[in-house]
Design a protein around this ligand. Structure first.
Ligand SMILES: [Zn+2]
Length: 339
């Protein structure tokens, strides 16, 4: 085996890490989700979730203000404790009621486009990634999923035996799982304080250290997330000099703004900016994103696109992915059984 072939094989085992922010859920459902709810980002969360009246009756001016800013103010003002709890409950209920549509959507496509060595980590409270995982779980070989700020569908055992689906019982003690606390937008988030969140961040760190590709989709790295960006940066640079890795930003924000935000992650020109998920490496080369990227930049061989059929129903989608999944299954077998 040549040095290049060996390097290629090694690279194929390395993860493609995809980080999701609110922009990803809005891109998935620009006209509202399966329940007809609009997908908020921090700048319009108060208006879209209908929190304005509650804030006004507590004497808080909310117009033209971002939710992070308002929430930080609520938390530092001791007199507003009751309002803070009511605001948190209202937002949780809004996100809990969100639903996927009854047909394949961007979240199904994203999950199926990555392999079990890959990782999707979301900052979103919404249930879309968990719900999409549940309805695609029969395919197996799905990527790992992580919830960096908690998720409205995730549950945790009261005595910390483990986490799972809210509504299920703990596998160890049988007690019903309780909601995972959501991480609210304050500057010092203390990711290590809650066990569930700490584990998600630990796993993201391990994945990022080993990642060959990093995609950041719809995540704006707001100032309230300084700690998040700093943790991600540490993991990215911890063990490698990143001479060959590739970063992909999917975001509708102005290009220059994005390049400035993520500059500390780039090696030379090993980055790309896209406005649409369906132009991304994983959408154009589902389950083979790292291989396609390696071929293009290291072997100067551009693979033909093999894009996900966006309009396929679940049956057609399963048929389309079957040969890819089968090839992976065979590749996992010992060599003498690979026929
Ligand atoms: Zn338990």
């Amino acid at each position: 085996m040549t040095h290049e072939e060996l390097a290629n094989l090694e690279m194929e085992k390395r993860p493609h890490v995809v980080i999701l922010g609110a922009g990803a859920s809005r891109a998935a459902f620009p006209n509202g989700d399966g329940s007809g709810r609009q997908i908020p980002v921090m700048n319009d969360l108060v208006r879209l979730t209908g929190l304005g009246d509650m804030l006004e009756s507590a004497g808080i001016e909310w117009r033209h203000r971002n939710f992070e800013e308002l929430y930080a103010e609520l938390r530092t003002d001791g007199a507003s404790q009751e309002t803070t709890v009511a605001v948190e409950q209202h937002i949780r209920s809004y996100f809990e009621a969100m639903q996927l549509p009854g047909w394949p959507c961007l979240y199904d496509h994203l999950l199926l486009s990555l392999r079990s060595k890959d990782v999707i980590a979301t900052f979103n409270w919404d249930p879309f990634l968990m719900d999409a995982y549940r309805r695609n779980a029969h395919h197996r070989q799905l990527p790992h999923v992580l919830f960096l700020h908690g998720c409205v569908r995730a549950g945790i055992c009261r005595v910390e035996h483990g986490a799972g689906w809210l509504g299920h019982d703990c596998r160890v003690c049988g007690a019903p799982l309780e909601p995972v606390p959501l991480l609210w937008p304050i500057k010092e988030k203390k990711y290590s304080e809650q066990r569930f969140i700490a584990e998600q961040w630990h796993n993201l760190g391990v994945a990022m250290e080993n990642a060959f590709m990093l995609t950041i989709f719809g995540y704006a790295a707001p100032s309230s997330d300084e700690e998040a960006v700093s943790l991600m940066k540490q993991a990215w640079w911890k063990v490698r000099n990143r001479e060959i890795e590739q970063i992909e930003l999917i975001n509708i924000a102005p290009r220059q703004e994005l390049l400035t935000s993520w500059d500390a992650f780039f090696t030379r020109d090993h980055y790309e900016v896209r406005k649409d998920f369906y132009e991304s490496w994983s959408a154009r080369h589902p389950r083979r994103s790292c291989e396609a990227c390696w071929d293009q930049f290291m072997e100067i061989h551009v693979r033909a696109d093999s894009a996900i059929p966006r309009d396929a129903d679940f049956t057609q989608l399963a048929d389309w992915f079957r040969p890819l999944l089968e090839a992976e299954r065979v590749a996992m077998l010992p060599e003498d059984q690979q026929v």
